[in-house]
Design a binder for this molecule. Structure first.
Ligand SMILES: N[C@@H](CCC[C@H](N)C(=O)O)C(=O)O
Length: 284
């Protein structure tokens, strides 16, 4: 029977099964099925998906992320912090600042360490991409969708789209507890306006430095947190004049807080924790 070693980790409750492919060998064509299998709460381990920590010829390590429906994503903020913690604590890297390759480009992770344990990770997520062609979404390729009126299955909403290497749409609500995450999330995720689907986020503005946030993730549904989504929400909030570029914003997600700064230079910095839940062997 084929088996592999795994570590289950989470970033603010956004939990994945991590496999170190420096040591484990998984068949490329089986990866989508393995993601579905390990994520199943009844017959697998239970998770939001599968993340591979791989060798890279462009960076110190490479991250690949599969959602719990088996689709491959191009980026994952909470996953990057967990990969950074794993890479340092398992001595795949020796420096406290290093580069991680993703399907959407290179990012840089910086670690805060106490007694050889990684406590907090800041990831420089690079520049947000705003053009409709970069999301990608239908419409004039060189336009941006900022507070744009859109209709989804008869529901008229004003949304802002941001790519952090993966696609996000942000809607503002008056009361986060009433956000239509589970009703409109799945409809908007698969709307034909987004040829590759979209991660759907609802945001309540608390103040110039504070947002409440809930997410329906492409390929995984409701999760406790989405790092790229929180970055996209801060970019969107600057574009919609709710927050200020160059200032730190605290984003309150269901699973805890992230601290995000869309710097005046243009890159987005995300700071937050990463935790190990358990390790084990999975039998296919
Ligand atoms: N949870 C993630 C994002 C995971 C991928 C996403 N669902 C997609 O398909 O783009 C995060 O923390 O950013």
């Amino acid at each position: 029977m084929k088996s592999f070693k795994f570590t289950k980790m989470h970033g603010l409750g956004n939990n994945y099964i991590y496999v170190n492919t420096f040591e484990e060998n998984l068949d490329e064509e089986k990866l989508p099925d393995i993601a579905v299998q390990v994520s199943n709460i009844n017959t697998g381990i239970g998770s939001d998906g599968l993340i591979l920590i791989c060798p890279s010829d462009k960076a110190d390590v490479k991250m690949r992320i599969f959602n719990n429906d088996g689709s491959e994503g191009k980026n994952c903020g909470n996953g990057l912090r967990c990969v950074a913690k794993y890479a340092y604590e398992h001595k795949l890297v020796t420096e406290t600042t290093f580069k991680i390759e993703t399907l959407s480009g290179l990012v840089e992770a910086s670690l805060e360490i106490e007694n050889e344990v990684v406590k907090l990770i800041t990831v420089d997520m690079g520049e947000p991409r705003l053009l409709k062609s970069q999301i990608p979404m239908l419409g004039q390729a060189s336009d941006k969708a900022i507070d744009e009126e859109m209709v989804f299955s008869g529901h008229t909403l004003r949304g802002t789209t941001v790519s952090m290497g993966n696609p996000h749409i942000i809607f503002y609500v008056d009361d986060i507890t009433q956000a239509p995450v589970t009703t409109l999330g799945p409809i908007i995720e698969k709307d034909s306006c987004f040829p590759e689907g979209v991660n759907v986020e609802f945001v309540e503005v608390v103040s110039k430095n504070e947002l409440h946030f809930r997410v329906w993730e492409r390929g995984s549904g409701v999760t406790q947190a989405c790092g790229t989504g929180a970055c996209a929400a801060v970019v969107s909030s600057v574009l919609n004049h709710h927050t200020v570029q160059g200032e730190l914003t605290t984003v309150h997600l269901a699973g805890g807080d992230l601290h995000i700064n869309w710097t005046s230079e243009g890159n987005v910095l995300m700071t937050g924790p990463a935790e190990v839940i358990c390790t084990g062997t999975f039998y296919l």
